[in-house]
Write a protein that binds this ligand. Structure first.
Ligand code: 15L
Length: 269
C-alpha cells in the first residue's frame, strides 16, 4: 500500500518519541507537531495547540492524525481546560476542515481510573464500562472520547480512542504489571489503529499481553493488534521490592492507581 502521511502531535513527548522512532518502519510518513522543538525530523512544526493557523497547516494533506499532545498528568483545571480540552477540540476542528479521515486519540486508563480492579477470576474491565475519571486529567480524556464520538456521528471522521495503560520501556511498579504497554507494542497498536477498516468510533484498551491483565484487550485485537510483550518477567523483582497491592487503599484498589489518591502525579514545570 501507499505510505500514508500521519501527523503526530506531542511528538517530543515520551510516547511521541517511541512512535517517532518506530512508525516509519510500518510505512508511515510522519509529520511532527509539538510545542517543544523536535530535532532530526524531515517535517516538524513547533507550535501550540492554541495556534489555529499552525494546526490547520499541519493537518493539511495528511491521511490521519495521531493525537498525543496534552498535559499527561494532573494539573489545575484551567490548564487542563486550555491544553487538553480546548486543544483537542481545535485539533478536531482542523481535521474536519481539512477533510482528514481518521484520528488515533491518546485516551488513558485515567478516563476510567476509579473503576475498582477486578479480583482474580472476576471479569476483566470491559471497554463499555462507564467513565469514572480519577482527575481533571482523566476527565479531559473522557471528553476527548466523547468529542471523537460526536465527530464520527456528525461528520463521519473516524477515531480509535486508545485508553493507554503505562507506556514505559519497562514496568516501574506492581500496578504497571497489569497496565504495561511496551514501546514496541505501542507502535503495533497505533499502526493497527491507523490501518484497521471501518472503525467508526472505537474505544480500545492499550497494553501488552500481560499475564496480570485487568482489562479486556479484545477490542484492540479486533483492530488487528497482536501484542508481543508481557510484563511477567519483571514481576518477581517488583513484587519483592514493593509487595502486593493493598485493596484497602483506594490508590491501589482502582485502575488509576496513585491518580486516585490524595496526591496524584502532577506537572512539575
Ligand atoms: C497516564 O495517562 C499518564 O500520562 C502517564 O504518565 C502514566 O502515569 C500512565 O497514565 C499510568 O497510569 O501509568
Amino acid at each position: 500500500p501507499e505510505p500514508s502521511t500521519v501527523l503526530l502531535t506531542g511528538a517530543a513527548g515520551r510516547i511521541g518519541t517511541f512512535l517517532r522512532e518506530r512508525l516509519p518502519a510500518y510505512g508511515h510518513r510522519l509529520r511532527l507537531f509539538d510545542v517543544r522543538p523536535v530535532s532530526g525530523a524531515p517535517e516538524a512544526v513547533t507550535a501550540d495547540l492554541a495556534d489555529e493557523a499552525a494546526l490547520e497547516a499541519a493537518v493539511r494533506g495528511t491521511d490521519a492524525v495521531v493525537h498525543l499532545a496534552g498535559i499527561p498528568v494532573e494539573a489545575p483545571f484551567a490548564d487542563i481546560l486550555r491544553v487538553n480540552i480546548e486543544g483537542t477540540y481545535r485539533l478536531y476542528e482542523a481535521v474536519r476542515r481539512a477533510g482528514v479521515r481518521r484520528v488515533v486519540l491518546a485516551s488513558s486508563n485515567h478516563a476510567v481510573g476509579f473503576t475498582p480492579l477486578p479480583a482474580p477470576g472476576e471479569a476483566l474491565v470491559p471497554v463499555g464500562t462507564p467513565h469514572r475519571p480519577d482527575t481533571y486529567y482523566g476527565l479531559s480524556k473522557g471528553f476527548g472520547e466523547d468529542l471523537a464520538s460526536l465527530y464520527w456521528d456528525r461528520y463521519g471522521i473516524e477515531t480509535v480512542s486508545l485508553r493507554i495503560g503505562s507506556c514505559f520501556p519497562e514496568p516501574r511498579s506492581v500496578r504497571m504489571l497489569s497496565l504495561w504497554l511496551s514501546p514496541g507494542d505501542c507502535a503495533r497498536l497505533v499502526h493497527a489503529a491507523l490501518t484497521a477498516e471501518g472503525v467508526g468510533h472505537t474505544v480500545a484498551y492499550g497494553s501488552s499481553a500481560n499475564t496480570r491483565l485487568r482489562w479486556d484487550l479484545s477490542t484492540a485485537r479486533a483492530l488487528g493488534y497482536e501484542p508481543r510483550d508481557d510484563s511477567e518477567p519483571y514481576a518477581a523483582a517488583l513484587l519483592a521490592a514493593q509487595g502486593e497491592e493493598d485493596p484497602s487503599d483506594p490508590a491501589q484498589a482502582c485502575l488509576g492507581g496513585e491518580f486516585c489518591g490524595d496526591n496524584p502525579p502532577r506537572r512539575t514545570n
